[in-house]
Design a protein around this ligand. Structure first.
Ligand code: SF4
Ligand code: SF4
Length: 186
């Protein structure tokens, strides 16, 4: 094992302290697969927790931009305010209210994994999008992280196809609700 690999393997000891920072003030982008699972798990309608964001830090040509009317939007979890946070985050306990059904991206955070075409792990790093006061007594495994990454990739691939088909559609209204119906989420 190279010295570099030894370094990133240490990250498997990451342990979340539950401060909730990563669920506050961040836009959590989701796929149709996430929405379906949350709907089934909570009994909520998609419109109760889905928001279409116009201002997202995503490349102009990203395949997850959805055309609604004359706008370009990205699908994410709605926010609650005071403090601004994911609507599922309990402001007092910092607990996720849909932990069992949470989006795949929430499950992989803060790990960022780079793999080969055959899913061999090339590199592991930790996201630095928020201040993360973690500990180092965790026991993650590469197997677990790879499984989540594969799930994420499969979900994103399927959603990209849905978005592409929607964006190419020439007839019908281009509203948020119509998009949700197009994805069989309303
Ligand atoms: S769904 Fe749960 S884990 Fe994900 S951002 Fe919201 S509160 Fe945090
Ligand atoms: S910011 Fe880090 S420590 Fe805080 S909840 Fe998120 S992952 Fe856990």
């Amino acid at each position: 094992m190279s010295a570099k690999k030894e370094d990133w393997r240490k990250l498997l000891g990451f342990s979340c302290t539950g401060c909730g920072n990563c669920c506050k003030g961040t836009i959590v982008l989701i796929t149709a697969g996430d929405v379906k699972r949350i709907m089934e798990g909570t009994g909520m309608a998609a419109k109760e927790f889905v928001h279409f964001f116009t201002s997202v830090d995503m490349p102009k040509r990203d395949s997850l931009w959805i055309k609604l009317g004359n706008k370009r939007v990205a699908m994410g979890l709605k926010w609650a305010t005071k403090p601004r946070r994911c609507k599922f985050l309990d402001a007092e306990t910092n607990m996720c209210g849909i932990y069992e059904h949470r989006p795949v991206t929430c499950r992989s955070h803060p790990f960022e994994i780079k793999t080969t075409d055959t899913w061999a792990v090339q590199k592991l790093s930790l996201s630095d999008i928020v201040d993360c006061p973690h500990e180092w007594d965790g026991e993650h495994t590469l197997r677990e992280l790879k499984a989540t990454e594969r799930w994420n990739c499969d979900q994103v691939d399927t959603f990209e196809d849905q978005v592409k088909a929607w964006n190419r559609k020439r007839s019908g209204k281009r509203t948020a609700n119509e998009f949700l119906k197009f994805c069989e989420l309303a």
